[in-house]
Design a protein around this ligand. Structure first.
Ligand code: AMP
Ligand code: MG
Length: 395
């Protein structure tokens, strides 16, 4: 296990510790936002037949010919088998099959009909106009989308348009939350002397719901090694990713490390040179990942944004991370050397200013922040106007 590591090293170790989740087949309707785990090929030419892209008239184009004899009709969905003779035109509507014999569609607005004759009023009409060739979207047997493709709304429609109803994807992780502490009380219940309301489980659930990830379980556990071990064991059975909070330092009532050891969770690192969130702990058991997040509410959030989000992205083979920018600082800032600072901040579109109340137990300043400003480990003095990195918080 590595300890007191740099922020960048912690990110590397997280990346190295994660295996993508086992691909699963899901109905196409449940696949939005997931990544394809295999190439997808089209089983059909799409369009499956030459198709009209206009309401109008279809015929075999003859240069200079301005009148055609009208014969029949093809509406969208019509499976009428019609073969058009030269010199004849068929009434046709958008999406309908252009019958054999026809190669061009004249739009309705550029036509007149007189005594069963079609008059062409379009000097610019060319052979092939207003007609979608069979296979012009995709040909039968061609690769439609590749493994690794993120399924956005257009991808879902594209696959549905080929008749595909299920796809193999990397699933979202099943996540369990495990908050620890003898002092925790549920919101809604009276607060006894010495108790604090458990906010971490709700914060984490909210973070996950912003990523459209459902939480499979929320466990709350006292500061007791035996109880914590059996709860962690339960969570490991049910989830791919476990987010624990509290008890991760070295106090007499901190049992997270002990629970890792008794459950056979391999410690990857403990303690990162950062503020807040210095005691951050990471472990793995087989393909499962366990974060020991600190107990302080602001540390939980910062560690979620900086470490848990990219970890989830890796599990889903989806490169999610919060957006980063470099922007000028609104005012001077001083810090001591030795730790990277992630400070709650407000970006107004031009400059970034730091919030009052950076202590790690305070969420009021976090609630009013829209980014984290990142101050590197070794540096101490930052002046107004200097460019600093900011990480934009998901809204
Ligand atoms: P710990 O890491 O267990 O020493 O906890 C650090 C601080 O975070 C203490 O003030 C705890 O009371 C507080 N804390 C721990 N867990 C939670 C929680 N689930 N919700 C809110 N505060 C918490
Ligand atoms: Mg505690």
């Amino acid at each position: 296990m590595e300890t007191m590591i740099h922020v960048q090293r912690a990110k590397e170790l997280i990346a190295q510790s994660i295996k993508p989740l086992e691909p699963v087949s899901v109905p196409l309707t449940d696949a939005t936002g997931l990544v394809l785990a295999e190439d997808v090929f089209s089983q059909y030419d799409i369009p499956a037949y030459p198709q009209s892209s206009m309401d109008g008239y279809a015929f075999a184009f003859e240069e200079g010919k301005l009148t055609y004899v009208l014969d029949g009709e093809m509406a969208a969905g019509s499976n009428h088998q019609l073969a058009l003779k030269p010199g004849f035109a068929v009434r046709i509507f958008t999406g309908a099959a252009v019958p054999p014999g026809a190669d061009t569609v004249l739009m309705q607005e550029k036509s007149t009909i007189q005594e069963g004759q079609l008059q062409v009023n379009d000097q610019h009409l060319k052979k092939g106009d207003n007609l979608r060739q069979a296979g012009s979207e995709i040909q039968k047997g061609a690769k439609a989308l590749s493994k690794g493709h993120l399924l956005n709304a257009a991808s879902i429609g594209f696959l549905a348009g080929m008749g595909i109803s299920s796809v193999k994807v990397y699933p979202k992780p099943r996540v369990a939350i495990l908050v620890t502490g003898n002092e925790l009380q549920l919101p809604g219940k009276p607060l006894e002397y010495g108790q604090v309301y458990d906010s971490n489980s709700l914060t984490l659930k909210a973070c996950l719901s912003q990523l459209h990830i459902n939480v499979v379980d929320i466990f709350s556990c006292g500061d007791d090694l035996f109880q914590l071990k059996s709860t962690l064991e339960k969570a490991l059975k049910r989830a791919d990713l476990i987010l624990m909070t509290g008890g991760v330092s070295v106090g007499d009532y901190d049992f997270t490390i002990g629970a890792f050891e008794s459950c056979g969770v391999r410690k990857v690192f403990h303690k990162v040179r950062q503020k807040p969130g210095k005691p951050l702990l990471l472990g793995t058991r087989d393909e499962k990942l366990v974060f020991g997040l600190p107990g302080n509410p602001a540390s939980v959030l910062t560690c979620f944004y900086e470490y848990v989000i990219p970890a989830i992205g890796r599990m889903m083979q989806f490169p999610i991370a919060i957006a980063c920018m470099q922007v000028p600082l609104e005012h001077d800032h001083q810090k001591s050397a030795g730790l990277t600072h992630f400070l709650k901040a407000w970006y107004n579109g031009q400059t970034v200013s730091l919030q009052k109340g950076q202590e790690s137990y305070k969420l009021s300043s976090y609630a009013a922040a829209n980014c984290l400003a990142v101050f590197p480990e070794a540096e101490t003095t930052f002046s107004k106007g200097q460019l600093v990195d900011i990480h934009l918080l998901p809204q």
